[in-house]
Design a binder for this molecule. Structure first.
Ligand code: G6P
Length: 369
């Protein structure tokens, strides 16, 4: 009903706008306000399982699988534990190697996805320790796992996942920092910097939401495109995949997410004057490399929509349109950069008159194979 949407025309828009608050709810009670310390009890209670894990396998589907990819980067970066990310549907049927000293993390907003639940049961039967990252309290996956952390972002109604994605990445960040601290794989000063940066994320999201009107305006230019490419590198590569998925799901425009440097091995052939290319080009370690990818697109006359860090001048000179996001540490860039991509997909779908909250052929939770 209109009342439940809190004055927003769609649940999806409401849920996009809720993110500063939902991420605060997600970190509340886990990061103490005065100090810079994270207490993620599910991880602390199972400290040895994580610290001694020879490997972590993350299983998920859809948007949760994109969050899992960011989790891989975070855990390998900070904890130095090898991580594998698997589509639950592939994992369950491909006779995977699972050891008793593996930790398997299952990520699921609904906690009811049939393939993810089956992957959990399989890993459990092999003796692995199973950790759940769910939103819905008491859901099947939450109950089937040995331990876990809820993302606590509140009910997500829109079929296209938004606040659950940023909540999942936030929990994965807290999980990775907790393990890293327990393992001693991160210097204490660095740990505190990361925690401080995470605490600042809700405020940064409030900032980035102020770009909404601008994104609404520019969405009009791209409403009639038939294809889109989304590119990012490093931590922003999964954010590019997620941006493309959002557009596909609700506008029914074909979109492909790709690692920016991998573009030259295929998708570059698609680029012409008709092709909008969304590039996440924030000022991180790999910024210069991303700029050369942008130049490759420009040389082929693609239309460039760039997500840039506030104050950027270099990309602004090359791109057709720029959306600014506030600076954060590289590891949290995908949280911040995914907001404008959610808004872009939303406004394009609205312009096309799509059923944003209930797109055709899709279900909020896929409880059958
Ligand atoms: C469906 C939903 C997606 C979601 C995926 C996984 O496809 O439409 O938004 O990402 O399932 O769902 P889960 O509840 O397991 O995260």
């Amino acid at each position: 009903s209109q009342l439940e949407k809190g004055g927003y025309p769609h649940f999806m828009l409401k849920e996009i706008y809720e993110q500063p608050k939902t991420l605060l709810d997600c970190i509340r009670g886990r990061i103490n306000v005065e100090g810079n310390n994270i207490v993620l009890s599910g991880v602390i209670d199972n400290r040895d399982k994580f610290v001694r894990a020879s490997r972590i396998i993350i299983v998920a589907c859809g948007t949760s699988w994109h969050a899992a990819l960011i989790g891989e980067y975070l855990i390998e970066d900070w904890c130095r534990i090898p991580v594998e990310v698997e589509y639950a549907s592939e994992f369950r049927y491909r006779n995977p190697v699972i050891h008793a000293d593996d930790v398997v993390i299952a990520i699921s907003q609904s906690g009811e996805t049939a393939d993810t639940l089956a992957a959990v049961e399989l890993a459990k039967s092999k003796g692995a320790f199973i950790y759940g990252i769910c939103n819905v309290i008491g859901s099947s996956i939450a109950r089937a796992t040995h331990s876990g952390s809820y993302i606590h972002v509140g009910p997500e109604i829109g079929v296209a996942s938004t606040k659950a994605f940023t909540g999942q990445v936030t929990v994965l960040s807290m999980l990775a920092l907790t393990i890293a601290k327990e393992k001693g794989s991160i210097p204490h000063k660095k740990y505190e910097e990361k925690v401080q940066a995470l605490k600042n994320i809700p405020a940064l999201l409030t900032e980035v939401l102020k770009q909404s009107d601008k994104i609404k305006e520019l969405s009009k230019i791209f409403t009639y495109a038939h294809n889109f490419i989304y590119l990012g590198r490093g931590y922003n590569y999964p954010a590019a995949l997620e941006g493309a998925l959002k557009l596909k799901e609700i506008s029914y425009i074909h979109a492909e997410g790709y690692p920016a440097a991998e573009m030259k091995h295929g998708p570059i052939a698609l680029i012409d004057t008709e092709m909008p290319v969304v590039v996440i080009a924030t000022a991180d370690r790999i910024y210069e490399k991303t700029i050369s990818n942008i130049q490759e697109i420009k040389a082929r006359k693609g239309k460039i929509i760039a997500i840039v860090t506030e104050g950027d001048t270099v990309v602004k000179d090359i791109a057709d349109v720029c959306i600014e996001v506030p600076k954060t540490i590289e590891e949290f860039e995908p949280i911040v950069s995914s907001i404008p991509l959610q808004l872009l997909a939303y406004f394009i779908a609205v312009n096309k008159g799509r059923d944003v909250d209930q797109p055709r052929n899709l279900a909020k939770s896929v409880t059958v194979e």
